[in-house]
Design a protein around this ligand. Structure first.
Ligand SMILES: [Zn+2]
Length: 443
């Protein structure tokens, strides 16, 4: 560094020569009332320094909190890719090539992911159960291919231990009660294979539960849960499998709430007060869910969380539906070709997005109405056609922590939202399952 020595009567002062000169000319200019541009800039910079320092501190604080907390996401549809031998979970993919892989998960500070075991309605008996077994196997095989990074866990204790060891914990959720094909033995076996939640319906009714539908609310079939539906909820309690109310009708939600002994989760739902969508939860539902200890895990999909994006997305699919259907049909059984074709189309014609601010509005509202102990994250990675700007892939997840802190939520609230709330619910489900098994043995 170049310095100049300036003698004063008592000491030697080292200053950069340019700065000394500028300070002098600045003082002269201030005295003369002809402050130069550079001096004005200097003044502005000095005024901004505390603010810049505060920003740097808050970014650092958010980063530290995010990477120190246990971060759990309630819903990802990346699962079918695990069965594709040409797709490598440990390789970094571009933002246009899916939302998640191991390098981006690490960058996003995610510790625990619920992989969705999903398929649509199946006509042939046994087909859904077989497909679910194959999906579950794909999750276990993926973990087996990356033993130093990924593990399938079954209990909260195992989850905490694996996260402390730096592992990505894989959990599974069956998305849609249709997948058990009305078989309690199938449900129990799914639990034994590692499934820790079941969404009672997808976007269509099952033989025992009504759905909310996706865009239009369908005519109710049962008016909520049937007796067999209630039996399934009780059996899930007995197993320690979380009862998931995302996708169900409002009546099914209240029936499930009345039936269950364990807290409920909504693995990927948002709030209806902020965006009117049948997939979202009303304030009454949020309060009732919280009263019984449950957690709403906020969905990130712009078409669910922003009414303008919802309308724009509907218009988008009305315009592009035929082209997308053709891509879908042309690919036949080839899931990889289908995925690539869809991605290419979405890249050429982007699906409407919304801002990260709208997403934060849902978190704010849920925290305010349900309380800080009853909110979590359920983004719906790889299951929806777009994500908010700035949250396009899992590597952007730390922006959520930054945003929540910037909105004034305490570090303790943010830590709960990131993962502790869901762990508390899982612990309650484990405890209640134990109690119910003991009660049965005592009978
Ligand atoms: Zn879903």
């Amino acid at each position: 560094m170049v310095v100049s020595a300036q003698r004063s009567s008592s000491q030697i002062i080292y200053r950069p020569p340019m700065m000394t000169h500028r300070l002098r000319s600045f003082r002269r200019a201030v005295r003369a009332g002809t402050t130069p541009k550079l001096a004005l800039l200097l003044l502005l910079l000095l005024a901004l320094l505390p603010w810049l320092a505060a920003c740097a501190t808050s970014v650092e604080r958010a980063h530290d909190l995010h990477f120190d907390a246990i971060v759990i996401d309630g819903h990802s549809d990346t699962t079918p890719r695990f069965a594709d031998p040409t797709w490598d979970f440990s390789r970094r993919h571009g933002v246009s090539d899916g939302d998640m892989d191991l390098p981006r998960i690490r960058e996003g500070g995610l510790d625990v992911q619920f992989w969705s075991i999903y398929m649509g309605e199946r006509e042939v008996p046994g087909a859904a159960i077989r497909e679910a077994l194959e999906r579950i196997d794909a999750v276990h095989e993926m973990a087996a291919r990356h033993p130093d990074d990924v593990v399938v866990a079954g209990t909260v204790r195992e989850i905490r231990e694996a996260v402390a060891d730096g592992m990505l914990v894989s959990l599974m959720g069956v998305e849609g009660g249709h997948i058990i094909e009305d078989s309690l033995p199938a449900l129990r076996n799914f639990y034994r294979l590692g499934v820790r939640y079941m969404t009672l319906t997808h976007s269509f009714h099952t033989n025992w539960a009504d759905s909310s539908g996706t865009t239009e609310i369908p005519e109710p079939l049962h008016g909520g849960l049937t007796d067999f539906g209630r039996e399934i909820v009780t059996e899930m309690n007995r197993l320690g499998m979380l009862v998931d109310v995302s996708h169900v009708s409002d009546a099914t939600f209240f029936d499930a709430l009345e039936t269950t002994r364990a807290p409920l989760i909504a693995s990927h739902s948002s709030t209806r007060a902020v965006a009117d969508h049948p997939r979202n939860m009303t304030d009454d539902m949020l309060r009732a869910l919280a009263d019984k200890g449950g957690v709403i895990m906020i969905n990130f999909y712009p078409a669910y969380i922003d009414e303008a994006a919802r309308d724009a997305t509907r218009a988008y699919f009305a315009e592009h539906g035929a082209a997308l259907k053709e891509i879908y049909e042309r690919a036949g059984d080839n899931a990889k070709r289908r995925g690539e074709g869809m991605a290419a189309h979405f890249n050429a014609y982007p699906v409407p997005q919304t801002s990260i601010g709208v997403l934060l509005d849902h978190f704010d509202h849920a925290i305010e109405v349900a309380g800080p102990d009853h909110v979590g994250i359920g983004a719906d990675w790889d299951g929806v056609a777009s994500m908010p700007v700035g949250m396009e892939e899992i590597s952007r997840l730390p922006a959520l922590t930054t945003g929540l802190l910037a909105r004034g939520h305490s570090a303790s609230t943010v830590r709960k939202v990131l993962g502790e709330n869901l762990l508390r619910v899982l612990e309650a489900a484990e405890r209640i399952a134990g109690e119910m098994r003991e009660e049965r043995l005592a009978d």
